[in-house]
Design a protein around this ligand. Structure first.
Ligand SMILES: Cc1cc2nc3c(=O)[nH]c(=O)nc-3n(C[C@H](O)[C@H](O)[C@H](O)COP(=O)(O)OP(=O)(O)OC[C@H]3O[C@@H](n4cnc5c(N)ncnc54)[C@H](O)[C@@H]3O)c2cc1C
Length: 601
């Protein structure tokens, strides 16, 4: 593959050599596939992403979305690739044949989506939500709801949206005020205002299906009183024909720093008292239902961080090979060399290589665990794969999006002044990618999920499963003579993670929860750094098995081995300093009362 989206060789290395995804085809679910069909799918995705999505990216950013009298227009140039994606069956690719799918493993789909999100983040975002809406109806919907909404969503005739946020209810989902009132026919009247709704209105699909969190009148406050509803933009009859408009209006769109081709809408439900919704799943279990949609979205948002970082890195590489500046290192003469030869730039590029390859391994592995979960043979296997997915989900979401954004800004830096100018495209990656750290639960909320919930899940058993897996791979790598020292480094980092986890949990149980929670984000960062160390050691072992030497037949393996060595030898050691800071628990933090901050008012 030769495009500016992803490193296709690395994509295939993770899929086929690290995760050995062809082995999934031994299960009944994936039996119709093979490495060849996966390759065909990847090639087709690359074509669509590079030829149809990418050329519309910059134009979409320039023209953005427009709102007029309640109707939203997304960039005209998005329409054709949007339709091609839907007509090509990409939305339902991983689903059962009964719903038009081809039972492709999700990990292969994610490798394709990495290209789509790299090529045009705003455009690909519409598809991600549409798939999640279809999926949540597939899992929780009635037969009628599946026929009316899920099928046209998977076909891409309808698009899906996810509606949690209200002005007073951002991270605090329990404060949602949108109301649902029972009607005699079993439907509900919905009333309330949702803000920041991605794709809340657009002019491509014939209908929209809003998945909405609301509170049935009389139900308790907080998240435990929330229920989930399917609210069509236009009502459909039993035969699936669109019969009339529902009372859902879009009263405006946001003007944002990036992600401009994506319509971010204010949606008013039931302004005229005539908005009909249908309960999705059990009453007062809305948060569980919505979490089904959100968990899928969270790993997907992590992929978005990786994808934007990946294309930013590829752009930086292309630029650094061509941009000439002097003097050449160690000379005083006028000779100019490509900036990739300047040590500071090369270090930046290697940092970006480590970040994107490490994140790719982390995200693909997490999604591979989902595939393994879907074909688990017994309860024990189910528990193991679920533990791994649960533990890694907040890390994928938060660590990958923070790192992805950092890669975008470093790419901009490598471009110098040109990076700051529109023509080179990288400033758009920096602006676009920032949103991934904010939506789907801010990264701060992800850190709370990891520290407050996941590491205590099943009394710490899920964390133990993950640590055991990491130690197992470290032991394997330690048997390779070239890697023994690196395995020792990763092993020490995992031990330090274990120790800092215990220390923080001790602080919580000894009544110092406030300061313990103040470390949630640095803790997640350290966790992510160490998970990447594990991934690189695993990859280095494979590179060694393939005979990685600088004179080897395939330079990819030598490059992979040295990338892993650089990460473990130069970047991973930084975690010890970060952990030391957490362990020291500087008391100044506790003394820093609110009044000690300046008052800007
Ligand atoms: C472009 C865009 C698209 C979006 N798309 C959708 C969508 O499709 N559907 C949807 O429902 N929403 C969507 N959102 C909303 C998004 O999910 C919220 O913006 C996000 O959840 C944060 O809520 P908030 O903006 O109210 O910030 P707040 O919740 O006010 O958070 C502000 C800051 O405080 C921190 N914070 C808040 N509470 C806590 C706490 N308890 N502990 C620690 N830190 C805390 C946060 O981490 C954050 O840093 C979108 C937003 C944008 C900008």
């Amino acid at each position: 593959m030769g495009n500016k989206l992803t490193d296709g060789r690395d994509v295939r290395f993770v899929l086929y050599e690290q995760l050995r995804v062809e082995a999934l085809c031994r299960s009944e679910r994936f039996q119709d596939h093979s490495g060849e069909t996966f390759d065909m799918i990847l090639d087709a995705a690359e074509k669509l992403a590079a030829n149809e999505f990418m050329p519309t990216n910059s134009r979409g950013d320039e023209v953005g979305c427009t709102w007029e009298e309640g109707k939203v227009k997304i960039p005209e140039s998005f329409h054709a690739p949007f339709r091609k994606y839907c007509e090509g069956g990409w939305l339902s690719m991983c689903e059962d044949e009964a719903v038009g799918g081809q039972l492709v493993p999700v990990v292969v789909d994610f490798a394709c989506k990495e290209m789509f999100f790299a090529a045009n983040y705003a455009l690909a975002g519409y598809m991600g939500l549409t798939h999640s809406a279809a999926k949540v109806i597939e899992v929780y919907g009635t037969d009628e709801q599946k026929a009316s909404y899920m099928v046209p969503l998977y076909e891409g005739r309808y698009a899906g949206t996810m509606n949690l946020t209200e002005a007073q209810a951002g991270s605090d989902v329990g404060s949602i005020r949108t109301k649902a009132t029972r009607n005699p026919d079993g439907s509900f009247s919905i009333q309330g205002t949702k803000i920041f709704i991605t794709g809340g209105n657009q002019d491509v699909t014939e209908n929209l299906v809003h998945i909405v969190l609301a509170r049935i009148e009389g139900d308790p406050d907080g998240t435990r009183g929330l229920s989930c509803f399917v609210v069509p933009q236009r009502r459909v009859d039993a035969e699936g024909r669109i019969v009339e408009e529902n009372d859902v209006t879009c009263s405006g769109i946001e003007h944002k720093m990036g992600f401009k081709g994506s319509a971010t809408c204010v949606l008013n439900y039931g302004d005229n008292g005539n908005c009909r919704g249908e309960l999705l799943g059990p009453e007062r279990k809305g948060i569980v239902v919505m979490f089904h949609m959100m968990n899928e979205q969270r790993v997907l948002v992590g992929l978005q961080g990786l994808a934007q970082g990946s294309t930013a890195y590829m752009h930086a590489l292309g630029f650094a090979r061509e941009r000439m500046q002097g003097p050449a290192f160690g000379t005083k003469g006028p000779e100019q060399v490509p900036i990739i030869r300047h040590p500071d730039v090369r270090r930046d590029l290697l940092w970006m290589k480590c970040s994107t390859e490490g994140l790719r391994a982390l995200i693909y592995y997490t999604v591979y665990c989902m595939d393994r979960l879907s074909v688990a043979a017994d309860e024990e296997e189910t528990l193991e794969w679920r533990d791994l997915v649960d533990m890694l989900t907040p890390i994928c979401k938060a660590y990958a999006t923070d790192r992805g954004f950092d890669v975008c800004t470093r790419s901009l830096q490598v471009h110098g002044g040109y990076g700051y100018c529109r023509e080179y495209g990288v400033e758009q990656f920096a602006r676009d990618s920032k949103i991934a750290t904010i939506f789907e639960g801010t990264n701060g909320i992800q850190a709370l999920d990891l520290f407050g919930r996941k590491i205590r899940m099943r009394e710490g058993a899920a964390l133990k499963t993950l640590l055991a897996k990491m130690y197992g791979d470290v032991e394997e790598a330690g048997k390779v003579p070239e890697l023994a020292g690196y395995a020792d480094d990763v092993s020490k980092a995992i031990a330090a993670l274990d120790a800092v986890t215990k220390e923080l949990l001790d602080r919580v149980s000894s009544g110092d929860a406030y300061t313990a929670y103040s470390w949630a984000t640095p803790y997640l960062e350290v966790f992510g750094d160490i998970v990447l160390g594990w991934m690189f050691l695993w990859q280095a072992r494979i590179a060694c098995e393939k005979g990685a030497t600088s004179s080897g037949d395939d330079p990819f393996y030598a490059s992979k081995l040295d990338t892993a060595r650089f990460y473990i030898g130069s970047l991973l050691p930084l975690v010890h300093g970060k952990i030391q800071a957490i362990m020291r628990n500087e008391e100044a933090f506790s003394r820093m009362e609110e009044a000690m901050f300046p008052d800007p008012a």
